[in-house]
Write a protein that binds this ligand. Structure first.
Ligand SMILES: NC(=O)c1ccc[n+]([C@@H]2O[C@H](COP(=O)([O-])OP(=O)(O)OC[C@H]3O[C@@H](n4cnc5c(N)ncnc54)[C@H](OP(=O)(O)O)[C@@H]3O)[C@@H](O)[C@H]2O)c1
Length: 179
C-alpha cells in the first residue's frame, strides 16, 4: 500500500496554531485535500483532527467521497456513520488493506507524522506551502531525533498563494523499510 502524507503549512512548517486553529490557511488547502482523498480513495486522520474538522461550518469530512479512518486509543469513541475506528496507525493501515485500499492519504498532527516517519510508513509527502510565517504553533514533525532523505518529484503553483511540493521518501539507513 502506498501511504501519502498531505499537509498544508506556513513557509516555516507550522500546520496549526498552538490552540489548533488553522485560520491562517486558505480554503484552497481543504479543496486540494478533499480532491486527493477522493482520488486515492481513503484518508486516515487522528481523533483530534477529526473533532476539529467536525466543528467547521463550511467543510466536513462527511462530504468527502472516500473511505474514512479515524485513529484513537479509545475503543468506544463515537464516530458518525461511515467512519472506521482504528486503534493505532498500523491498525489503520491494516484496516485499509482489508477493505482493498491501495493508496491512502494521511493527515495528522506533528507527533503522529513523526512516528509514521520513524517507522518508515510514509512513501510520499505532498506539502502545500502557504505565504505566511508563524513563530509559534504545531509543526509538521515534532522535534525528535530522525533524518530522512527525499526526492523532489514535482513543484506546482496551485493558486496565487500556494506552492505544492511533492516528494518521495528515499530508503535511509536509520529507517527500517516496511515494504
Ligand atoms: N495543516 C494541516 O495540513 C493539518 C493536517 C492535520 C491536522 N492539522 C491540525 O493539527 C492539529 C491536530 O494535531 P494533534 O497532533 O493535536 O492531533 P491528531 O494527530 O489529529 O490526533 C491525536 C490523537 O490521535 C490519537 N492517536 C495518536 N497516536 C495514536 C496511537 N499511536 N494509537 C492510537 N491513537 C493515537 C489519539 O486519540 P485519543 O486521544 O482519542 O486516543 C490522539 O489524542 C489540529 O488542530 C488539526 O486541525 C493540520
Amino acid at each position: 500500500m502506498k501511504v501519502i502524507l498531505f499537509m498544508a503549512s506556513t513557509l516555516n512548517g507550522i500546520i496549526a496554531r498552538s490552540n489548533g486553529d488553522e485560520d491562517f490557511l486558505s480554503d484552497d488547502n481543504w479543496i486540494i485535500f478533499s480532491k486527493l482523498a477522493k482520488k486515492y480513495g481513503c484518508f486516515i486522520v487522528g481523533r483530534k483532527t477529526y473533532q476539529t474538522v467536525q466543528k467547521w461550518k463550511d467543510y466536513n469530512f462527511d462530504h468527502i467521497n472516500a473511505k474514512r479512518i479515524i485513529v484513537s486509543k479509545n475503543s468506544t469513541f463515537k464516530l458518525n456513520d461511515n467512519y472506521i475506528l482504528a486503534s493505532s496507525p498500523k491498525d489503520a493501515l491494516h484496516k485499509a488493506a482489508k477493505i482493498g485500499i491501495k493508496n491512502v492519504i494521511l493527515t495528522w498532527g506533528s507527533k503522529l507524522n513523526t512516528s509514521f516517519l520513524k517507522e518508515n510508513l510514509i512513501d510520499e509527502i505532498i506539502l502545500n506551502v502557504n505565504p505566511i510565517l508563524l513563530g509559534q504553533g504545531i509543526k509538521i514533525f515534532s522535534e525528535e531525533k530522525f533524518e530522512a532523505n527525499l526526492k523532489l518529484i514535482s513543484v506546482k503553483k496551485i493558486s496565487s498563494e500556494i506552492v505544492q511540493l511533492h516528494y518521495i521518501l528515499l530508503p535511509h539507513p536509520t529507517l527500517d523499510n516496511h515494504a
